[in-house]
Design a protein around this ligand. Structure first.
Ligand code: SF4
Length: 232
């Protein structure tokens, strides 16, 4: 598989995100999906993908702890593109058990408990969403954080046994916002209020000008731990 991933990386050298998307949507057909967090990068990819194929697979996860603005954006995106984005939820019994043992805001107590919450509310539903897929698309950019410096455009996702495509890996924040304005892409208004990276409400806060883009996520943890397990 690593040879195939290397081949894809080589063939995509110098290609635009749209060219990469056109190629992988043709290659993997219905066995590829965009896993959208509804963050601005994923909104850009949603716009690009739906302009190539209106029936492409796009899904999101509702952890049950999202910002009200994120739910509004989901609705707005569906209306804007005339789609019904698939939404995966955590198993209610797993959430009930976790909360009854550890409390509703367990994630502030330790990294282990935060990871447990991310597992129950994000990773397990994501695993279900990934069944039947061969590849997934996500909106990671290399400059987003210290944990993303070594990522490539195409990677082998060992955890999920899937090919992972990061079409915006080399894009700057400026390029993302230029695209949003040029194409009138709907985005979360929290981005205009110093929330460059938006996750669950209790685990995301605004950042100061010039701070690391992801410093508002799990702000009480060391930068090296700031992933929920989706992007190992
Ligand atoms: Fe739980 Fe926070 Fe992870 Fe959301 S980001 S799943 S609330 S720990």
């Amino acid at each position: 598989m690593t040879d195939y991933v290397d081949e894809l990386n080589e063939s995509f050298t110098g290609k635009t995100p749209q060219e990469v998307l056109l190629s992988v949507l043709n290659e993997f057909k219905m066995d590829i999906a965009l896993a959208s967090s509804l963050g601005v990068e994923d909104q850009v990819l949603t716009d690009m993908i739906l302009k190539i194929d209106r029936n492409a697979n796009i899904f999101t996860l509702d952890t049950g702890r999202l910002f009200p603005e994120t739910y509004s954006l989901l609705d707005k995106t569906n209306m804007r593109y005339g789609i019904k984005m698939q939404v995966y939820f955590p198993h209610f019994n797993a959430v009930e058990e976790m909360v009854s043992v550890n409390g509703i805001n367990l994630f502030y107590e330790s990294i282990e408990k935060r990871k447990l919450c991310c597992h129950v509310r994000k990773l397990e539903p994501l695993g279900r969403a990934f069944r039947e897929l061969d590849a997934w698309i996500c909106g990671l950019r290399r400059e987003q954080s210290v944990t993303r410096q070594d990522m490539k455009l195409v990677e082998w996702d060992k955890t999920n046994n899937l090919i992972k495509i990061n079409p915006l890996i080399d894009w700057t924040e400026q390029q993302v916002w230029d695209y949003v304005r040029r194409h009138n892409v709907p985005y979360n208004p929290l981005h205009d209020n110093d929330f460059p990276s938006i996750g669950c409400q209790p685990c995301t806060r605004a950042v100061k000008k010039g701070d690391d883009i992801r410093s508002g996520r799990w702000w009480w943890e060391d930068p090296e731990h700031k992933e929920c397990g989706l992007h190992k």
